[in-house]
Design a protein around this ligand. Structure first.
Ligand SMILES: Cc1cc2nc3c(=O)[nH]c(=O)nc-3n(C[C@H](O)[C@H](O)[C@H](O)COP(=O)(O)OP(=O)(O)OC[C@H]3O[C@@H](n4cnc5c(N)ncnc54)[C@H](O)[C@@H]3O)c2cc1C
Length: 375
């Protein structure tokens, strides 16, 4: 076993039940530095916002992000992250073995994805029956679900017998971060104007302990419309916005920024309607992304390793969980992709296939390299 894995595996039982806040409050350096230091640290945090909204989460969640550099070296995708699934959907790989040249996911699905799923159950022939919310249904030998797993018991009627009781417990105990974002379009990136008094740009990316918490400025070059992400919040800070309309949110956010930048009239630059998202209010999400609370390692381990199904009875095989909340680094796309690859291995294995010789897949190495069991 590699030394880092040895260290990590030894930390798991020690830290699984510790909160992030408990961890720093107990640490020698933070104790010596005093409460004000912990408070300031809480407001700075990740590149994308304050640590303090993460304080109730398990310290393991934070150490994982730091250790894997998940919040480092991010790149903006010109045109938006949606381009990635669209490119995969339209990609036509060359040298396909079973389909003619030019086949893509889009062409295999007549150009459009199917509707929202509302029912998953075992069909009489032993396959899995998936029904969409307008009634269309089809059976499949294997199913991969990639939505937030809470949806499997709330918006999708999923046959109870498809998962073991412990897995249902893990699904139900998932803890999602609440999160909100509010955007306004502006006429131009006016924040780059120079304040004659200070010689500095009039507005900059802002972290604050007030309502907005984080304000980001996004532009595509001078003299083009630009966007201000007036506020990006998590947990309690996101809940403060939940009951308010987009307009009410924007008014309060501008008021907050006015205290910080008294000389800048942001409102006069706004064009169009504000756009706001509260993930916990979206029925297709019910929360932004998973963040484990203390004592949740066992649940996460169950979810993550479920793709290897040899220990399960036949009646519970063939349905695979993947995506953000199955990942050990939820909130970061890379972890979600990894669980997708695990599910692919699970499906191939379920259908009787195997990895190429000399190139073992995730299920082949799970016992050796996978997350350890604490029991
Ligand atoms: C506020 C926020 C900030 C983030 N910031 C970052 C970041 O800076 N860097 C980073 O790497 N990652 C970030 N992430 C995480 C990243 O977005 C996720 O890891 C990634 O989107 C997960 O992909 P996924 O396919 O698992 O799930 P999703 O992208 O959530 O896709 C799940 C899909 O399932 C659909 N669905 C729901 N119900 C049904 C149904 N009944 N039938 C059919 N489909 C259904 C949903 O509509 C959704 O489209 C952030 C996430 C959030 C919410």
């Amino acid at each position: 076993m590699r030394p880092t894995r040895l260290v990590w595996n030894a930390l798991l039982p020690e830290l699984d039940e510790q909160t992030f806040y408990g961890f720093i409050a107990a640490s020698k350096s933070f104790k010596e530095a005093g409460f004000a230091h912990r408070e300031a640290f809480g407001q700075v945090g990740f590149g994308t916002g304050g640590w303090d909204t993460d304080f109730p989460n398990s310290i393991l969640e934070i150490l994982r992000v730091v250790y894997t550099d998940a919040d480092d070296q991010h790149r903006s995708i010109a045109g938006g992250a949606q381009r990635l699934p669209e490119a995969l959907w339209n990609h036509a790989p060359s040298g396909l073995k079973y389909w003619p040249e030019g086949t893509s996911l889009a062409s295999l699905h007549s150009g459009s994805p199917r509707g929202a799923v509302d029912n998953i159950r075992r069909a009489e022939n032993g396959d899995l029956l998936v029904r969409e919310n307008w009634g269309r249904e089809a059976t499949y030998q294997a199913v991969v679900t990639t939505c937030q797993s809470w949806l499997l018991s709330t918006r999708i009627h999923t046959e109870e017998a498809l998962f073991p009781a412990e897995l249902w417990t893990a699904i139900e105990r998932s803890h999602y971060m609440q999160s909100s974002k509010t955007f306004v379009m502006v006429d131009r990136p006016f924040w780059k104007d120079i304040d004659p008094e200070t010689g500095r740009e009039v507005l900059s990316m802002t972290l604050t302990d007030r309502l907005n918490r984080a304000t980001y400025l996004l532009d595509d070059g001078p003299d083009k419309p630009a966007v201000i992400l007036l506020s990006y919040t998590w947990n309690d800070d996101a809940l403060k916005w939940l009951a308010l309309s987009a307009e009410e949110r924007v008014k309060l956010m501008l008021h907050s920024l006015q205290q910080i930048y008294p000389g800048v009239d942001i409102a006069s630059h706004i064009v169009g309607q504000p756009i706001t998202v509260s993930w916990e209010a979206d029925p297709n999400f019910m929360g932004a992304f998973k963040a484990n609370l203390p004592g949740h390692y066992r649940y996460q381990q169950r979810l993550f390793t479920h793709f290897k199904q040899e220990q399960l009875p036949e009646s519970q095989r063939g349905i695979f969980l993947a995506g953000d909340d199955v990942s050990f680094t939820a909130g970061w796309a890379e972890g979600a992709v990894t669980t997708g690859l695990n599910a692919v291995w699970g499906v191939v294995n379920h259908l009787g296939g195997s990895s190429a010789a000399g190139n073992p897949g995730p299920g082949d190495l799970l016992d050796e390299l996978g997350p350890i069991s604490l029991d």
